[in-house]
Ligand binder design. Sequence first.
Ligand code: GRF
Length: 203
Amino acid sequence: MSLDSSNAWRLVSNRTPTAVLISGAGSNMVALIEAAQDTAYPADIQLVISNRPEAAGLRKAEALGVTAICIDHRDFGSRADFEAELDAALKAHNIKFVVCAGFMRVLGKKFVRAWSGKMINIHPSLLPKYKGLHTHKRALESGDREHGCTVHWVSEGVDDGEIIAQSLLNIHANDTEETLASRVQVLEHRLYPKALAEAVTKD
Ligand code: GRF
């Protein structure tokens, strides 16, 4: 919002101020920021936070004109202290919605409760299958014929919240962990912007 006192007019944006939490490459974050460059998109991505200073996504966010900061979890004595700092940074930037995109820290109950209904995550499997790590390997080893990704609300259980949207692919006979990972990421980059738009306008 900006206020011009000389002319007494005010521009009010009804887009939701949104932050993206990352730990690494940030390819999903880039897809989200690009979607939000359209001023008709309901989320306005104003902040990126990484828990790792070396995360390539930090520089990508800056290049796209989004404020990017690091809160290194290793600087804190406990998970609770790290999350208190995370929460304070989000509030200091007036953030109202949080998107986890390759954020590799499990979030504690207090933080999850504080952001309940305002925080979503993307997971590279068709939840409820394969919560946690190594999802592509597990799908291949199980002989699955379908695989994909899921956007869900963040709840207290890991990768356990209510599902918002999923995107599916067929597993090919010659797929490897690597080919599946890159094929699933293509789906993620299409799905996450749509799912965020849906989630942020749910009320
Ligand atoms: C994605 O595959 C996401 O599903 C998982 O971590 C990966 C992050 O990739 N949670 P990127 O950092 O968005 O490129």
